[in-house]
Ligand binder design. Structure first.
Ligand SMILES: Cc1cc2nc3c(=O)[nH]c(=O)nc-3n(C[C@H](O)[C@H](O)[C@H](O)COP(=O)(O)OP(=O)(O)OC[C@H]3O[C@@H](n4cnc5c(N)ncnc54)[C@H](O)[C@@H]3O)c2cc1C
Length: 411
């Protein structure tokens, strides 16, 4: 096996795989290695909390490319290998076990690992994350013996898992520490809508509940969540969805600038020479985030940053200015989000949430900065343009769902 490549990509997830694909599409003829810690070829992560968990889509159908694609494109896919150290002066990577691989240019696309609870009982065998195929396979393997599930965390992953588990007939309690679900990513109107939906579908939703510890039995299995307020929530299985920790350790240890993620510029370059970072682990100044430095955890960001890094390697200077978008499926609801609602100063509900087709529009200084569209694809498509245009619009018309967003007058 070759131990020197023109380009080494660390992390064979959405971003890493897309970077390899882009390089070949753009005509890169040098050697490329794609190194991934997981044992599986690159696959889509979003179905893990949706149709893969539900058993509606087998693993073969969530692969990003058929297995033959990688050798056909002369991409050396190396699975089950975790990069432990980076030596930016010698341009060498060390893989667990001591093997070394040299690189001409490095693309770091290592994503994140799930943040887990650190209280007593949190390591019990039936406490699971939902990040990798292996996590979800463990959940699926226990479902037949599981009647009740406690989900900790009311973000998208927790809510999606709750929807699937209700569909599978499980008793679901969802515990969220803050006073509403989705508080990190959406405004109160959307939170209230999803809370009603989940309660309507039989989820026992507890907001403002903290976890004190996980109660285990003598065999080391979790049997209940002990909440900070003294309440005990019995469960056969516990799922934790409380965010991720960016996987940047070896890069930061090598001297790359960063904190919550590796800092990158508009071409996805880190502070280390010939080292790029993309995807969930890349902290970047985003023009759609009020110019704040953020990490985006989305397929859009992974794919678009992969293109930017590949283009830059190919000698093109295309800064990262992609409009953020995201989706979530829960029950028969399709949420599509465009833009970022960070620092919004006004929230406008367009349409009637009771109709289960409506949008929440976020504005800053009178300009549309983001939309959360529930079963409202037209708003999502037309709202995107309103964000890009950045022209203040007439609010009364914007709130009127009978007027298409593209026809709303300027303010
Ligand atoms: C359950 C779930 C549902 C989601 N739903 C949506 C959705 O509906 N819409 C949406 O837009 N986004 C969704 N996301 C987010 C989206 O999947 C991520 O933003 C995207 O996968 C990020 O891609 P990435 O390549 O940066 O990281 P990842 O896909 O996490 O890939 C990183 C890879 O790097 C590997 N790795 C880590 N460290 C090392 C190392 N040192 N050496 C070698 N390999 C390493 C990891 O094992 C992993 O395979 C979801 C995520 C999850 C987990």
């Amino acid at each position: 096996m070759q131990d020197q490549y023109d380009i080494v990509i660390v992390g064979a997830g959405h971003a890493g795989a897309q970077a390899a694909i882009c390089l070949r599409q753009m005509g890169f003829a040098g050697s490329v290695a794609l190194i991934g810690a997981e044992d599986f070829p690159p696959y889509e992560r979003p179905p893990l909390s949706k149709d893969y968990l539900a058993g509606d889509r087998p693993f073969e159908r969530i692969l990003l490319r058929p297995p033959a694609f990688w050798p056909e494109r002369d991409i050396d896919l190396q699975l089950g290998k975790r990069v432990a150290a980076v030596d930016p002066a010698a341009k060498l990577l060390t893989i667990g076990g001591g093997t070394q691989i040299g690189y001409g240019q490095l693309i770091w696309a290592a994503g994140g690992t799930p943040r887990m609870l650190d209280c007593q009982g949190s390591n019990a065998r039936n406490v699971f994350a939902v990040r990798a195929r292996s996590d979800v396979d463990k959940i699926i393997a226990r479902l037949a013996d599981t009647q009740s599930v406690a989900i900790i965390g009311g973000g998208y992953i927790g809510l999606e898992a709750a929807a699937v588990l209700r569909k599978l007939g499980k008793q679901v309690t969802l515990i969220e520490a803050l006073d509403r679900v989705l508080s990190r990513v959406a405004g109160p109107s959307l939170s209230a809508f999803f809370e009603d939906e989940h309660r309507g579908h039989g989820v026992d939703l507890r907001t403002g509940y903290t976890v004190d510890h996980i109660e285990t039995d003598e065999s080391g299995h979790a049997v209940a969540v002990q909440c900070g307020n003294g309440e005990r929530i019995a469960a056969d299985m516990i799922i934790v969805g409380i965010g991720i920790i960016a996987q940047t350790g070896p890069l930061i240890a090598a001297g790359a600038a960063g904190g919550n993620g590796v800092d990158v510029d508009e071409f996805c370059r880190t502070s280390l020479p010939d080292v790029y970072a993309i995807g969930d682990c890349a902290a970047h100044g985003n023009p759609f985030a009020n110019d704040r430095v953020i990490r985006l955890e989305s397929v859009q960001n992974a794919n678009d940053q992969a293109k930017i890094a590949a283009s830059h390697i190919m000698g093109r200077q295309e800064p990262y200015h992609a409009v953020p978008w995201f989706w979530s499926n829960q029950y028969d609801l399709r949420l599509q989000t465009v833009g970022l609602s960070l620092d919004y100063d006004q929230e406008l509900v367009r349409g009637d949430p009771a109709s289960r087709s409506f949008s929440v529009i976020y504005l800053r200084g009178g300009k549309v900065i983001a939309l959360d569209c529930v079963n409202a694809t037209k708003d999502y498509v037309q709202g995107r343009k309103a964000i890009v245009d950045g022209i203040p619009l007439a609010l009364d018309e914007l709130a009127d769902p009978t007027i298409p967003i593209k026809e709303v007058a300027h303010a």
